[in-house]
Design a binder for this molecule. Structure first.
Ligand code: SF4
Length: 429
């Protein structure tokens, strides 16, 4: 009996060893050969055998973070036409860059783009450094971007690992631990695969493979140059890699946005704080976005908006919300904590009749969903902008650095009374 068990174990070991021997490991040369035949033509990519322009590589890599090639292409074209090199971008006003970036999301990147261009001009004489270490000292350049620039623009054997490459590696080696804990292991595997020869082409080939063949859903393994070497494909489980820890969505935040139109065709806007979510972008006034937002917060904010004193409160005797005047007892019921301002308001600012629009503007940021109620008001042409705000002509709004969320709010308001809730959208800080 014991002898039979020993023989069975030995047979099993032998079979495992034979299987292992039959499995080849992925070879960079196979991927490079595939890349030579199937590489994508991209506006920032140098033709085969030509040196890439570091400025274009950097600009495209910053723009492509968390965004698709299709979305980036028109932005990239506009940027290189307007600011063809580091010096031109460094000399541009930040506001112009933010405006040109509007709609691309992750607005901190636009500010870092400007800061990085200036640092390259001031510290490096307008030449982008080639080493990963030096690149990472620059604003907005992290581990991935430094490696991508070093590899693609300077042919350094660096290993950029973005979401696409992470997926390819996790499948090739059937990495069992879930993301994000698996990141260090995936990086080590990717690094071990990176060749000394043609590292820039290899990095771009990995990107292309992830974007066109090894896609998140139903990868086209039959067309993959590594299909014979891929552990996940062999198991018939390509779709289930990379493993992921279930994500906990942030709590829903709510708030109110206020679209004020002046009789002569202007809209009230302000700039968000330079740092933080949508930093430096343009918005219509809004309340805080909070998980415990209550409609009374909107009433209170609406009354304060045109207060003549900073942080003060105008007399609420003439304010209306929802089409009916908010005064006396009714006002106290909705927001009793805010005392009325004793001074009379200038003519033209007394009557602010707020209308609450039907529907809600929904938006999904990467770390929380948001719902905004929209209030509208029409004011006289003589109305001055409250502290910290300014008037923008309606026809100039499209040139403002309005993030997608605010474009939806304005569209909702300008549509008149909304008939149905707007579609959700995604945006990035
Ligand atoms: S064989 Fe399939 S799963 Fe594996 S790397 Fe290629 S495309 Fe991805």
């Amino acid at each position: 009996m014991a002898r039979a068990m020993t023989l069975a174990a030995a047979r099993s070991d032998r079979q495992r060893a034979q299987r292992a021997a039959a499995i080849s490991s992925p070879q960079p040369t196979d991927l490079l050969a595939w890349y030579d035949r199937h590489r994508r033509t991209l506006p920032w990519r140098a033709p085969a055998g030509r040196r890439a322009d570091p400025y274009r590589v950097w600009l495209s890599e910053i723009m492509l973070q968390q965004t698709t090639v299709k979305v980036v292409e028109p932005y990239y074209a506009r940027f290189v036409a307007r600011w063809p090199d580091f010096a031109a971008l460094a000399a541009a006003p930040l506001d112009d860059i933010l405006k040109a970036w509007a709609g691309l999301g992750y607005y901190a990147r636009a500010r870092n783009l400007h800061a990085c261009a200036r640092a390259i001009v001031e510290r490096h004489g307008g030449q982008m450094p080639a080493s990963e270490a030096k690149l990472r000292e620059l604003p907005g350049i992290g581990r991935y971007t430094a490696a991508a620039i070093a590899a693609i623009a300077y042919q350094q054997p660096a290993t950029p690992v973005d979401g696409n490459i992470e997926r390819v590696i996790a499948r090739l080696y059937a990495v069992g631990s879930p993301l994000p804990a698996a990141k260090p292991e995936i990086f080590r595997l990717a690094q071990a695969l990176t060749p000394q020869r043609r590292p820039g082409d290899f990095a771009q080939a990995m990107m292309d493979l992830g974007a066109t063949i090894c896609t998140p859903k139903t990868p086209a393994c039959a067309f993959c140059p590594w299909s014979g070497d891929c552990a996940a494909h062999r198991r018939g489980e390509a779709d289930s890699y990379p493993r992921r820890t279930p994500k906990r969505e942030g709590a829903l935040r709510r708030g109110a946005a206020f679209v004020v139109r002046r009789a002569d065709g202007f809209v009230l806007v302000r700039a968000r704080a330079a740092k933080g979510l949508l930093g430096g972008m343009t918005e219509v006034p809004t309340t805080e976005w909070a998980t415990n937002f209550a409609e009374a917060d909107a009433f209170s904010y609406a009354r304060r908006l045109f207060s003549p004193l900073p942080g003060g409160e105008r007399s609420a005797s003439a304010d209306k919300i929802g089409g009916s005047r908010v005064r006396g007892k009714e006002r106290r019921n909705s927001a009793t904590s805010v005392p009325p301002h004793p001074d009379p308001l200038p003519t033209g600012e007394r009557e602010i009749a707020w209308r609450r629009l039907a529907g809600i503007v929904r938006h999904v940021f990467t770390h929380f969903p948001l719902e905004l109620t929209v209030y509208c008001a029409d004011v006289a042409a003589a109305t001055s902008a409250p502290n910290g705000t300014r008037w923008v002509a309606l026809q100039d709004l499209s040139g403002e650095a309005l993030p997608s969320l605010m474009r939806k709010v304005v569209a909702h308001a300008l549509d008149g009374s909304a008939r149905a809730p707007l579609k959700s959208g995604k945006d990035r800080p």
